[in-house]
Every structure is written in C-alpha cells, then in structure tokens.
Design a protein around this ligand. Structure first.
Ligand SMILES: [Zn+2]
Length: 289
C-alpha cells in the first residue's frame, strides 16, 4: 500500500467473519478496507487486529470505524488508551518521524465502543479461526504480535524488525524508534516468539516468508549488527555518515538509502538505538549527530 510502498496488509478470512491485520495509516485506510472487503465471498469484515499503536499500524483506526461503524479494533491493552486519546502519541510521533508523519496522515480518537483491549495471551475467534495476541515489548512498550494458531502464521508487527526481500538479497534491520525503544526487551521478545510453532512470518514491512529458519537467522544478524555498530558509535563518537558506512558494510542497506522515505526511517532507527545505547551506558550527548 502507498507510495512509496509503506505497508503490506493481510486478511484473515474465517468464513463467516474476517479480520484485517493492522488498520494502516489514516491516509491509506479507505483503500485498504475496500480492497479487503472486496476479497470476501460471504463473510463480513468484523475486526482489525493492530499490533501496536504507531501511526503506520493503527493511525487509521479512527477512520476505519468511521467508514465501517460495526468494525471492532483489537489492540494490546497497553496501547488501548493511546487510541482513545492519541494526543501524546501524535506529539511524539511528529517528533520522531518529521516529514514522514505527513506521509501517513493524522491520528484522531477512536470511539471506545469499537475498541477491544487484549491481554498478553488472550485470543479472539475470527469465524472458524483463532488468533492470539502475544505481548512483544521492545520496539515499543505497547508492541504485540498476532498469532494465527490454525495455520501457525505469525503477524509480526514491528517486533521482529523490517524484512527486505529483493529477490537476490534478503535481510532484516530492527526498527528502533526513539524515545522508548528497548533493545534488551526486544531480544527477550524474540526469544519468546521463537518458542512458538511458526510456519510463516508475515511482516507488515514488507512481505512474508515461510522459510522460518532463515527469517530468524536474518533477525538475529540484523539486530546484532544494529547493536554492535551503534555501541561503537557511542564509544567512538561517530557521526551519522560513519554509522551509515559501518552499517552498509554488514547489511545491504545502500540501495535503500537512495529512497528518501526509507532513508529517513533508517536514520530514525539509528537515533532510537543511539538513545538506547546512551541510556544503557549512562552517557549523555556522547555522540556527534
Ligand atoms: Zn512501530
């Protein structure tokens, strides 16, 4: 969806009822919902299951229920309040995202009547299918993933990073936005997710893979590179250019940097990870920007 390609939507069709994974951002939600609804034979679109309350995932929740007043939006209980009153969320998103904020569009309050908060481990029946929310903090405190038990498919939200499959090359980089990113929690979450029986991983950014062993190897590699390079950056006071150069040596990010949107995402993820490293090491402003 979108230009540039910002998000992949997934439809869970349980026969009598269906769910879309994420609502997507408000600028894309109308197109996303009508495309999803047109795929259904007889069932109705009853749910949108959002992984967390960042704008590209749930920023369109308010608009989705405006367009489909019976739609229920399932969200991790930790993120519930941010959809009811998104003022704080919108403020920090504007700060972290800069110009990317406008690519996604505004977030407004979602009526509580349409919202259902889920606890870690709680499941919902979508027609004949069962989808379970699993708390997945790290990317954000309110981050979760959804697990379709029947076919063992994981909808990974942002918990496992961004998956790039360009045919010849596949890699993952962790998405680590400031100010609340917590690498240690993210790694603990990956350990928790690996214990599930998974046959395919569906990344909202960008695509799915049924080669689960490879996916988790790429995740481990990508997270490790991001950690090592930013740690060295704080210790040696590297500027952004040196950080990008060092990352490019170990992950094939160079082609992505030519795209303005992807470049700004990568720069945001560097800032978030530097923040985390500084907090962890007790350093303040110890790096050049
Ligand atoms: Zn996110």
């Amino acid at each position: 969806m979108g230009k540039p390609r910002v998000l992949v939507g997934y439809l869970v069709d349980g026969g009598s009822e269906a769910a879309i994974i994420e609502t997507g951002p408000s600028k894309l939600v109308e197109e996303y919902l009508s495309r999803a609804a047109s795929q259904l034979d007889t069932g109705r679109l009853g749910w949108s299951l959002v992984s967390h309350v960042h704008l590209d995932h749930a920023g369109g929740a308010w608009k989705a229920v405006e367009l489909y007043p019976d739609l229920r939006v399932g969200v991790y209980e930790r993120g519930y309040k941010h959809l009811v009153d998104p003022s704080r969320l919108a403020g920090s998103a504007r700060e972290a995202l800069g110009s990317v904020y406008d690519v996604w569009g505004d977030i407004r309050p979602t009526p509580p009547n349409n919202l259902v908060g889920f606890k870690d481990g709680e499941a919902v029946n979508i027609g004949s299918l069962t989808v379970r929310l699993i708390g997945a903090p790290g990317h954000a405190p309110h981050s979760a993933v959804w697990y379709l038990e029947d076919s063992r498919v994981l909808f990974s939200g942002d918990a496992l990073g961004i998956y790039i499959d360009s045919g010849a090359t596949r890699f993952v980089w962790p998405t680590t936005p400031p100010p609340t990113y917590d690498y240690d929690l993210a790694i603990a979450t990956i350990g928790k997710i690996k214990k599930l029986k998974i046959d395919a991983v569906c990344f909202p950014h960008y695509g799915y893979s049924a080669n689960v062993d490879e996916v988790f190897r790429l995740i481990d590699e990508g997270f490790d590179v991001w950690f090592e390079v930013t740690k060295q950056a704080v210790l040696d006071s590297w500027g952004t250019d040196v950080i990008l150069e060092q990352l490019s040596k170990r992950l094939p990010i160079t082609p992505l940097l030519k795209d303005e949107y992807l470049r700004s995402l990568i720069l945001m993820d560097i800032r978030g990870m530097l923040d985390f490293q500084q907090k962890k090491m007790g350093v303040k402003n110890g790096y050049k920007t």
